[in-house]
Write a protein that binds this ligand. Structure first.
Ligand code: HEM
Length: 210
């Protein structure tokens, strides 16, 4: 086994601040929306925590974005340009997650420093980070002060629409989190990917396989 450094420090700091923040946002968001179900926190405190953590995560987002924009590690997010190869690799990965993994086969994607993600991870993480997270931040910001942002709120169709988008994204993130928590246990040991996101180092064998 050899160790390769795949998660640089800024990515790890961003990731764990983001993960903890998201869990707090989901919990306080549920409290704000479903006050009648169980009141664990007073409404005003839940709103204040939700707003503060929201702003912390918005700032934190730029640590992730800035790191990838201004370093050569952006390659980890660049998909294969040959469309045929991209779809073939994606299909290979789907087959692996779908059934080959249950037959004990080796993951067809072997991470390297500049290509740590398989094609499905690239697609999923790009959709989450470049589409869903910004939509959630912008809709949250508009709901934070609907008066100040009245012009933009109206542009998007009114408070009800903006609020519905925010709640739909909450559902998407809750689903993503369940899937994410399952997929991160599929390293060469149950905890290998989690350890890598803590230490930065992923274990691969000398031949490049997990
Ligand atoms: C308790 C919650 C979470 C845990 C334990 C966790 C764990 C992990 C682990 C182990 C990895 C590395 C595996 C890989 O590279 O695919 C990872 C990567 C990643 N996670 Fe999470 N995660 C959590 C929550 C989240 C949340 C809430 C988001 C976004 C909304 C998120 C977004 C990402 C992204 C974008 C990456 C790739 C980061 C990069 O290298 O650029 N994670 N996560």
């Amino acid at each position: 086994m050899k160790q390769i450094y795949i998660h640089p420090l800024p990515v790890r700091i961003w990731h764990w601040v983001n993960a903890i923040g998201f869990i707090v946002l989901i919990a306080t968001g549920l409290q704000i929306r479903y006050l009648d179900l169980a009141q664990i926190l007073p409404f005003k405190i839940a709103v204040d925590i939700h707003n503060w953590i929201g702003f912390v995560l918005m700032a934190n987002y730029f640590l992730w974005l800035g790191f990838y924009m201004f370093t050569d590690k952006i390659t980890v997010y660049l998909p294969e340009l040959n469309a045929q190869k991209y779809f073939a690799d994606s299909w290979r990965q789907i087959k692996f997650y779908g059934y080959e993994i249950f037959l004990g086969k080796v993951n067809p994607h072997q991470p390297t420093i500049y290509h740590k993600f398989n094609p499905l991870q690239i697609m999923m993480y790009q959709i989450i980070m470049l589409l869903f997270v910004p939509i959630q931040f912008i809709s949250g910001l508009l709901l934070w002060d609907v008066k100040q942002f009245a012009f933009l709120v109206d542009l998007f169709g009114g408070v009800r629409i903006v609020d519905t988008i925010h709640v739909l994204m909450f559902i998407v993130f809750s689903g993503f989190l369940i899937m994410h928590l399952y997929l991160i246990t599929l390293g060469h040991t149950r905890t290998a990917h989690i350890k890598a996101m803590i230490t930065g180092y992923e274990e691969v064998d000398e031949g490049g396989k997990h």
